[in-house]
Design a protein around this ligand. Structure first.
Ligand code: CU
Length: 129
């Protein structure tokens, strides 16, 4: 193998490695409000940001959302989720039930424009009396 071929190959591999690292893990979900009152039909909003730029990621498609009480050892206590219109770019909202005080885990799966990998995240919110 010629050294120029090896160099090209190494360059391609490092490009690939960079692309893999700057993949689905390059995004973060966070709760807009980490604490809210318990109840039914509670509006919960999460913000999706690009970790590298710190900017909100608009136009993502959240295709799976699960809300349960896994953080308080009640993973089978799952609440229904109804998507709501996005209140601002990069913020994704939905209605769910937080029937008891405690911690709820929101597990999200999203498709982000230009990102081939599925972006997933877990957000914990606390419901209080
Ligand atoms: Cu519970």
């Amino acid at each position: 193998m010629k050294s120029s071929t090896i160099a090209a190959c190494a360059a391609a591999m490092s490009l690939y490695a960079t692309a893999a690292i700057a993949g689905a893990g390059d995004y973060a979900f966070e709760a807009v409000k980490p604490e809210m009152k318990k109840g039914d039909d509670v509006l919960v909003a999460v913000r999706l940001t690009d970790k590298a730029s710190g900017k909100p990621v608009a136009d993502a498609v959240i295709f799976k959302t699960r809300v349960d009480m896994a953080p308080d050892n009640m993973a089978d206590m799952e609440s229904p989720v109804t998507p709501q219109p996005s209140p601002e770019p990069g913020v994704y909202a939905f209605k769910t039930d937080l029937p008891m005080a405690g911690r709820y885990q929101i597990t999200l799966s999203a498709k982000v424009q230009g990102e081939p990998e599925t972006v997933t995240g877990k957000v914990i919110v606390k419901a209080v009396k």
